[in-house]
Design a protein. Structure first.
Length: 177
């Protein structure tokens, strides 16, 4: 039984090392052959959760076999319980929070209508400049023109009135707020 525990421990450690060092290279080389293992449908069965459980199962089995007088069946049961508990902890304390923290920075140009921006490159009358728009947790620089056709200096806050052909048409924001 000790050989099984050593095999599980070594398998878990090798998986972790290979994943950390060669994960992206292998995924690209094998053209996403193992993408099904991402666990998109069965979140509890993601490789991170499974292999952390396998590693703990092996390690706990080795430790309990060496340092307790328990019967082989009790060691097997206790090591499996440890593996399940650690897998649950990994899932609820690491995997699940990471899934929920993923944010998309994607936006539609039409989403920018009504947003407040700051002019970072002056907008000449009848010409184009650049504005900095804060979107969610990020920023985006966009080409801008004056909606009224007047010049707008850098550092001024503006509001997007409309978007045409990838250009934001902005107007001065009332400073009376």
């Amino acid at each position: 039984m000790l050989d099984l525990y050593w095999g599980l421990l070594i398998t878990g450690i090798l998986f972790a090392v290979i994943t950390v060092i060669f994960g992206d290279l292998l995924s690209n080389a094998l053209d996403g052959l193992f993408d099904f293992m991402s666990g998109e449908h069965l979140h509890m069965l993601q490789p991170t959760v499974l292999f952390s459980g396998i590693t703990v199962w092996g390690g706990a089995g080795i430790v309990m076999s060496r340092y307790t007088e328990w019967d082989v069946r009790w060691v097997a049961a206790a090591s499996i319980i440890c593996a399940v508990l650690i897998s649950l902890l990994v899932y609820f304390l690491y995997v699940k929070p990471m899934e929920q923290s993923e944010n998309s920075v994607a936006f539609s140009m039409q989403d920018l209508v009504g947003t407040i921006a700051e002019v970072i490159v002056p907008i000449p009358a009848g010409g184009y400049g650049e504005v900095l728009v804060r979107m969610g947790a990020g920023h985006t620089n966009q080409i801008a023109a004056s909606f009224e056709g007047s010049a707008i200096q850098a550092g001024v806050r503006v509001v997007t009135v409309e978007v045409k052909e990838g250009t934001l048409y902005v107007a001065l924001l009332d400073q009376e707020e």
